[in-house]
Each structure stands twice: as structure tokens, then as C-alpha cells.
Ligand binder design. Structure first.
Ligand SMILES: C[S@@+](CC[C@H](N)C(=O)[O-])C[C@H]1O[C@@H](n2cnc3c(N)ncnc32)[C@H](O)[C@@H]1O
Length: 225
């Protein structure tokens, strides 16, 4: 997400520090660590302005959500949005300022029940494939953090990224149980919480691709990929 540098970005972020999860000394293994209660842990990677994370946290009060974003000035908008929620800030939502490659420092193996990737940057140039959040290196990382039966849910407008994701999953032997190139026309869209990008693309009539895949066993050891 490109964004002009925010005025007072640092002080605005500091004002939201209570919503931010610092890098823990030991990776988070359960909801007790930050939320002081039991329950599933869900993570959105690349939350942008936070509409999805806030909407999900309100819709699912028993689930504990983390929303990760690597750009400071975007994180500010997401955290401020959470503070502004009209029925009060959801207390089941924390933000992580950082990049996906660092997820292993935040979360223990098998700690997460769900990971959401919403409209991830497509990085269309071939040389940047490793930066795509569905490159097999990232998929391996997500797999190690998901508990058995946990799921990865993805939405995107970008058919190139979607095709790439399916290829990367196939290379790892992962078979999504739900795949669509017109998500809003499926029954799964009922109760869907829209992201900012999704609202924008949908209003232009652009169909949304989506897939869901469940963790069933560990991945085979890494070879030369
Ligand atoms: C295209 S925007 C989509 C934002 C939001 N998910 C939505 O659907 O409205 C992608 C977001 O992911 C963030 N991002 C990209 N790569 C990331 C990474 N490696 N780790 C964390 N966030 C990342 C970007 O800074 C940007 O805010």
C-alpha cells in the first residue's frame, strides 16, 4: 500500500501502543499470553487500514485476533480505526507492526487456528516471486504456525497471484477444499467481512478470487524448491 508519510505518524503510533503487540521473549503459544483468556488465535497478514480485522473481531467476540502490517503509517490507520469503532474498541484484537518473514518470532509452532491473506501485494515481476506472501517459503512458515486442522483463507482480485498461489500449493502437496474465482457469488460469502481493497474492487465489478485450505499433517521436508 503506497501512502504519503503521515504527519505526526510516530506520535500517533505511540498513542496506540496499548494495541500493539511487542515482539515477545518467547513466541506466543496461546491466547492467554495477550488476551488472558482461552480461545482460538486468528492472524491477518497485511491488514492495511484494518477494516477486516476490526469487522472480524466484532463479529467473532470469542476469537482472538492479531492483525500484522509492516508499514508504520498504515498501521497507525488500522489501530486508530480500532479505537474509533462505534461500539467501542474490540478487546479481542491486537496489532503487530512487522513483516511476515518475522512471524516465527511472534508465534509458536501450531499456535494459530487461522491465517487470513487479503489482497496481498501481487509483486508481478518474476524476480520478486519470493516476496509474494503465498510463495512456498511463506506457505511453509504459515504451515508450521497453524495447528492441525487450522486453515489459511485467501482473497484477492489478482488472478496472476491467485494462479501462482495454486501452483505453489500444488508444489507443496496442499489441496484447497474451497476455490472460486467469483467469491461473492458463493454461499461462503454470507457473513463475509469486506476489506478496504475488496470494497473498492467489488464496486468496480471486479470478481474476487478466494481459496481456503486446511492443515492436515506436516509438509514434506524442504528440498531444492
Ligand atoms: C494491497 S494492501 C491490502 C490491504 C488490506 N488487506 C485490504 O485488503 O484492504 C496489502 C497490505 O499488506 C502489507 N504488506 C505487504 N507485505 C507485507 C509483509 N511481508 N508483511 C506484513 N504486511 C505486508 C502492505 O503494507 C499493505 O498494507
Amino acid at each position: 500500500m503506497r501512502m504519503r508519510k503521515k504527519k505526526n505518524g510516530a506520535s500517533r503510533l505511540a498513542a496506540c501502543a496499548h494495541l500493539l503487540c511487542e515482539k515477545p521473549e518467547t513466541p506466543i503459544a496461546s491466547a492467554e499470553a495477550d488476551f488472558h483468556r482461552p480461545g482460538e488465535l486468528h492472524l491477518e497478514v497485511g491488514c492495511g487500514k484494518g477494516g477486516f480485522a476490526c469487522g472480524m473481531a466484532k463479529a467473532w467476540p470469542d476469537v482472538n485476533f492479531y492483525a500484522m502490517e509492516r508499514v508504520n503509517d498504515v498501521m497507525v490507520l488500522a489501530a486508530e480505526r480500532a479505537e474509533r469503532e462505534k461500539d467501542g474498541r474490540p478487546d479481542n484484537l491486537r496489532f503487530i507492526l512487522g513483516g511476515a518473514a518475522d512471524l516465527g518470532a511472534y508465534f509458536a509452532k501450531s499456535s494459530l487456528s487461522r491465517i487470513y491473506l487479503n489482497f496481498s501485494d501481487p509483486w508481478p515481476k518474476k524476480g520478486y516471486a519470493k516476496r509474494r506472501l503465498t510463495h512456498r517459503g511463506f506457505l511453509r512458515l504459515y504451515w508450521s504456525l497453524l495447528r492441525e486442522g487450522g486453515e489459511l483463507w485467501l482473497k484477492t482480485d489478482n488472478t496472476g497471484l491467485f494462479d501462482f498461489t495454486l501452483e505453489e500449493m500444488e508444489a507443496l502437496g496442499l489441496a484447497p477444499y474451497f476455490v472460486t474465482r467469483d467469491f461473492h457469488a458463493t454461499p461462503e460469502a454470507e457473513g463475509n467481512v469486506m476489506t478496504e481493497y475488496e470494497t473498492n474492487f467489488s464496486s468496480q465489478g471486479i470478481p474476487i478470487c478466494s481459496l481456503r485450505v486446511k492443515k492436515q499433517g506436516e509438509l514434506p521436508p524442504e528440498e531444492k524448491e
